[in-house]
Ligand binder design. Structure first.
Ligand code: GLN
Length: 549
């Protein structure tokens, strides 16, 4: 029987509710429980797949190919038993879409369809599906208490508390406790108001997690407890940390998992947090430092590449390397040339859509290839590597992806339907639509060429990785490209190019899939470990020269 922990937020957004939820999941899992995690998003978009990364950050892709909120990435990175999917992320739009479809089908038998009970019932059913058979399901409600949009979600979780009983439901509320520097005062009032707001809709929080710059002094803690009707020991202080991975221990040390366990009547073994301690230690004591350039499009909003940034850091953790990531707009490469890349020890071109800065990315690949700088290309980063090889190794002038130039004389990257007949499973795949698209989404099997850099990195020739893209390497060009030196070291079951590399280079590897979605700090990811190792070797090789200068 699954119990539920609902996490709401108050005062302001961007308090790190996703991370807090993920860390709570981590410390409960560390006590031997299985955890599932759900995000409820109050916005009206049906899914985050079509939302601008500028506004919304990365779209995280789950194993089953659902395009979800980036918080699901935090969940999977922190909690091993929580594997997200179709029922792990609901938006207002998706809830209404399904209620309206039911109404059109006549499922409500002519009843007046209302927010209560129809919308709230739909939310509760969704939550129960997402919970699966985990011991505890953590449900994070997006937005801030007091928003009009979040009301139906809050009402639904209120009802669940009544229906399941208070020994199966815990309410956690995350708030901000600001420090006013001019008067050197810590202010608890916003927290009091936020809890008041929550109580006015019928939810008395059991636990408060208070975000602040510094640890909360006990006097303020007492005051908050008194004004919010929450026991003092359940007022948890979550102060700013320099390292994300210190948060599980910070919460555990204040007894957060114990409070949840007690309320749910669970008798659990001690929390085992040694893996988190090891990560913190590894980050504090790197044996080398490297500089990696990430050349992409959404560089002002680092959240657009959050899983990739994390995965590179995980590579650092597992090779005792401090990884400094330098975000570079590919447009700047077009306008100012590759000079900025000269001091880099490694180069990554991440995934992306749209043609802005595409030539800058192609130039970046050329620079990495010609100068022997470790290169890792992800999705679009593989496609530009193929274009670069087509132009500069195979002499196919004007080679391009049809995503950016429909008239290219050499469509080395194109939609499957542009280079293959509509047959068999190709049709099936193109019907796997997302908003009328033909996106290849979710986990698929990849076979790696024996002895290749890819296979050596993975230590295996059979892998499975997640996809999110429309365009593919055009198989009609494969012979010409491999004659020119490109190695197709990974292929899908239906013979699509999944990985490419070149020999005579310290490390030049790119994938059509997104390995970053399956990387986590405790295990790391084989591809990122091998990349950072190569980057590190490259940077160490550079040292004597630098010392001379
Ligand atoms: N725009 C490219 C495609 O759709 C690459 C997508 C990506 O990098 N995720 O194929």
């Amino acid at each position: 029987m699954t119990s539920y922990v609902f996490i709401t937020g108050g005062v302001v957004s961007s308090l790190g509710k996703g991370i807090t939820s993920a860390c709570l999941g981590a410390i409960l899992e560390a006590r031997g429980l299985t955890i599932s995690m759900i995000k409820l998003d109050p916005y009206i978009n049906v899914d985050p797949g079509t939302m601008s990364p500028f506004q919304h950050g990365e779209v995280f892709v789950t194993h089953d190919g659902t395009e979800t909120d980036l918080d699901l990435g935090h969940y999977e990175r922190f909690v091993r038993t929580a594997r997200g999917g179709r029922h792990s992320n609901y938006t207002t739009g998706r809830i209404y879409e399904s209620v309206i479809a039911k109404e059109r089908r006549g499922d409500y038998l002519g009843a007046t369809v209302q927010v209560i009970p129809h919308i709230t019932d739909e939310i509760k059913q969704g939550v129960k599906k997402g919970a699966g058979d985990a011991d505890i399901c953590l449900v994070e409600i997006g937005g801030t208490v007091g928003d009009i949009e979040s009301l139906p979600f809050l009402e639904a979780i209120r009802q669940m508390g009544i229906e399941l009983g208070r020994d199966r439901v815990v309410y956690v509320h995350l708030t901000l406790v600001p420090y006013i520097s001019t008067s050197s005062e810590i202010k608890t009032k916003p927290t009091q108001h936020s809890v008041k707001e929550l109580r006015s809709i019928g939810i008395q929080p059991d636990i408060l997690v208070c975000r602040s710059e510094k640890p909360l002094p006990s006097e303020e803690r007492k005051k908050i407890a008194l004004f919010t009707n929450v026991p003092e020991k359940a007022v948890i202080s979550a102060w700013d940390r320099d390292d994300l991975y210190k948060i599980p221990a910070m919460m555990h040390d204040q007894g957060l998992d114990g409070i949840v366990a007690r309320q749910l009547g669970l008798d659990l073994p001690e929390a085992d947090l040694h893996e988190w301690d090891a990560i913190v230690a590894a980050k504090q004591n790197p044996t080398a430092e490297v500089n990696v350039a990430m050349v992409g499009k959404y560089m002002d909003l680092k959240d657009s590449y959050i899983s990739l940034v994390e995965a590179l850091q995980h590579g650092g953790i597992h090779t005792s390397t401090r990884v400094n990531i330098h975000f570079i707009e590919s447009r700047d490469i077009e306008e100012q040339g590759v000079a900025r890349l000269e001091s880099m020890d490694g180069i990554v071109v991440p995934g992306g859509f749209g043609d802005r800065g595409i030539e800058g990315k192609i130039e970046t690949v050329r620079f990495a290839r010609e100068n022997g700088i470790p290169y890792l290309g992800i999705c679009l980063g593989m496609q530009v590597a193929v274009i670069e090889a087509a132009r500069n190794l195979a002499g196919l002038e004007g080679a391009m992806s049809t995503e950016f130039n429909k008239e290219t004389p050499h469509p080395v990257i194109a939609l499957i339907t542009e280079w293959q007949d509509h047959t068999g499973d190709t049709i099936e795949r193109s019907e796997q639509s997302n908003m009328g698209g033909t996106m290849r989404l979710g986990a698929q099997a990849v076979t790696l060429q024996e002895g290749s850099l890819a296979a050596r990195s993975y230590g295996n020739t059979n892998i499975e990785e997640r996809h999110r893209h429309r365009y593919e390497v055009n198989n009609n060009y494969r012979d010409r490209l491999s004659d020119a030196g490109l190695i197709f070291s990974g292929l899908s079951v239906d013979d699509l190019v999944e990985m490419i590399e070149i020999s005579d280079h310290p490390y030049f590897l790119a994938s059509q899939f997104h390995p970053e979605f399956t990387s986590n700090p405790r295990d790391g990811h084989p591809l990122f470990k091998s990349f950072i190792s190569a980057v590190r070797e490259y940077s160490e090789g550079e040292l004597p020269e630098a010392a001379e200068a």
